[in-house]
Write a protein that binds this ligand. Structure first.
Ligand code: AGP
Length: 612
């Protein structure tokens, strides 16, 4: 996620540049690949931008100093357009009179850009953001607030915006739709920021803008207009968090924060790519037309760890939706297995970091055999995303916790979109079925949000089992990879041994393990294999095991099969992994916390395994 900071105060009081840079520094935990700042001085806009860390921007300003009573700054986590100075924010109009910073995704930026065709020569970046400032300029007749209002009436998508203009060095206009934006309230000075940590040094009094709000801010006054155009007196809240807690948005660990971010990150990954009502899918970054997709003979998915588990789910999707034979392989195995590949094989590399050595090596092997390649990645401009023919970015923002959570569900989301896109192009699914699945996906963020409201229930269960030495996680069909993922979550952050198993395999050996010392986590959400899962649970229970079952919320039968039932909202079985994994993330988290483990940085692990 990008970071925004803005300041407007009395002349010759604070240097707005220092305030903004310090604020951006406090937002570094959000992850970024470039940064920039804009000020108004002597009725001119002055902008400094740099790639990489904030120190590069600070160095640039030291070489060519700027100061002012007003500034807006930005740290960019790239979603459209690679990390570069040209794509770094702030962005200006052609006449360098208006400048903006933006966090979010403009879904209809291509349409808006085509409407500005007379200005196309003025576009300097590959970002979706830049189209906003050209539109503001188009509507600007001296009233910046009015120009921003007119612009945002044309924009679809998510945004947190900061806007200043060289003609009015005393005013910041800001707006919020989905992407959070805060106003910091000072004395003869006011602030804007994406998140609380950026402002705590200066003020603890904050206004949390609501969706649709547009605000006009000067050093003495804050005017907020809601989406109906009415002036609102939003509540000023006093924040008593300590700065460290603030970086985690009040959560105890980044992992818990990232688990709770999943409704928004899934929505951001869906945004601008699926249109359920029309049954439309548009993955701009994937340049595979109908003929290209029809020519794919088979798919190989290569990845490691949680990314491998996400890829394993996609096997069911590509084969059932798009009728394309799909193999999934651990990258470190694929690269030494001499796989049978051809130019008609599509190789999909899944990697949150985009830097995993084994996945990169496996990708290079696939390319050497002439395969088409596609990345599912969370980091724009990373090695893997740069080396594939196509890339679908998960818009999750930085994932700080070593244990992957929001990136995993972000990868799943991207894979659902891709599999349905292929099915649409091959006409291997009816239009009605495609609309059905798109609608199911669109409802997932709300369903996960509903489930997370009772997250604390998982801690009650965690407390009963945090002394166990071994766990078994059982699943079938699309939830077999989820069983693998749940086991991985537990072992990597609590150091308890856990195995994920195909439930149907129990009789072929693992059932010998079962006695009262081994808890079994069983994923038994509604599906065509539900009855089979119940049988497996009864077999395990008959041998003394304690069962923790993940079940669909309308299922009462399961209460007779297990003492510990965790209900998740009902979904189509193919979409269920997106929601059945969430209780497993939370169970692992709470057990790890109860054991006093280092949840965000577990022993022996790195966030990105860039060596073999
Ligand atoms: C998952 O929780 C782990 N952090 C690990 O298995 C991770 O998924 C794996 O190392 C792959 O990383 P990547 O997605 O960045 O390639």
């Amino acid at each position: 996620m990008c970071g925004i900071v803005g300041y407007v105060g009395k002349k010759n009081a604070k240097n707005a540049v220092e305030v903004v840079l310090k604020g951006l520094k406090k937002l570094e935990y959000r992850g970024y690949d470039s940064a920039g700042i804009a000020v108004v001085c002597n009725n001119l806009l002055h902008i400094r931008r740099s790639v990489g860390k904030l120190c590069n921007l600070t160095d640039k300003i030291a070489q060519d100093p700027i100061s002012s009573n007003i500034a807006i700054g930005h740290t960019r986590w790239a979603t459209h357009g690679k990390p570069s100075e040209n794509n770094a924010h702030p962005h200006t109009d052609a006449s360098n009179s208006i400048v903006i910073v933006h966090n979010g995704i403009i879904e209809n930026y291509a349409d808006l850009k085509s409407q500005l065709k007379e200005n196309l020569k003025d576009f300097k970046s590959q970002t979706d953001t830049e189209v906003i400032v050209h539109l503001i300029k188009k509507y600007y007749k001296g009233d910046l607030l009015d120009a921003v209002k007119k612009t945002l009436s044309k924009v679809k998508g998510s945004y947190a915006l900061g806007v200043i203009c060289k003609d009015d060095p005393y005013t910041i206009i800001c707006a919020r739709q989905e992407a959070p934006l805060i106003i910091g309230v000072g004395v003869k000075e006011n602030f804007i920021a994406s998140d609380i940590p950026a402002l705590l040094t200066y003020t603890r009094d904050m206004i949390f803008l609501e969706n649709g709000d547009i605000a006009k801010i000067t050093k003495d006054k804050i005017v907020i207009i809601d989406k109906e155009g009415n002036e609102q007196n939003r509540e000023i809240k006093t924040i008593n968090w300590d700065p460290v807690l603030a970086e985690k948005a009040g959560y105890k660990h980044f992992m818990l924060k990232e688990i709770f971010e999943q409704p928004r990150t899934i929505e951001e990954t869906l945004r601008g790519r699926i249109y359920p009502n029309e049954g439309k899918i548009h993955v701009e970054e994937v340049k595979l037309n109908k003929e290209d997709v029809r020519n794919i003979s088979n798919i190989y998915v290569i990845a490691c760890g949680s990314s491998y588990h996400a890829g394993f789910v996609s096997k069911f999707l590509f084969e059932n939706f798009a009728k394309i034979p799909t193999e999934v392989d651990i990258a470190s195995e694929f690269r030494y297995r001499n796989p049978i590949l051809s130019e008609k094989t599509l190789v999909i590399a899944i990697s949150q970091s985009g830097e995993t050595a084994d996945t990169l090596a496996a990708l290079r092997l696939a390319k050497s055999k002439g395969c088409q390649t596609l990345a599912i990645c969370n980091v724009v401009g990373s090695s893997i995303s740069r080396e594939t023919n196509h890339v679908v970015y998960t818009h999750c923002g930085i994932e700080v916790g070593v244990a992957s959570t929001k990136a995993f569900t972000g990868q799943l989301t991207a894979l659902y979109i891709l599999a349905l896109d292929f099915a649409s192009k091959k006409e291997s699914l009816s239009k009605e079925d495609i609309k059905k699945y798109l609608q199911e996906l669109w409802e997932i963020p709300v369903k996960i949000g509903d489930f997370l409201e009772n997250a604390q229930e998982l801690n009650k269960i965690a407390k009963l089992f945090d002394q166990k030495k071994d766990f078994l996680y059982l699943g079938r069909h699309v939830n077999y990879p989820v069983a693998l993922e749940g086991a991985l979550k537990l072992k990597e952050i609590s150091y308890i041994h856990a195995e994920g198993y195909a439930a149907g395999e129990m009789k072929h050996g693992p059932i010998a393990l079962i006695d009262e010392s081994i808890p079994i986590v069983s994923i038994a959400t509604n599906s065509k294999v539900y009855e089979k899962m119940i049988s497996n649970m009864e077999e395990a229970k008959a041998r003394g095991a304690t069962i923790i079952v993940i079940a669909s919320s309308n299922n009462r039968e399961v209460l007779t099969k297990s003492e510990h039932v965790i209900y998740v909202p009902e979904t189509d079985e193919f979409v269920s992994p997106l929601i059945s994994v969430v209780p497993l993330q939370l169970l692992a988290y709470y057990i790890s916390v109860n054991l006093g483990c280092d949840v965000d940085q577990p022993r022996n692990l790195a966030k990105s395994v860039t060596v073999e």
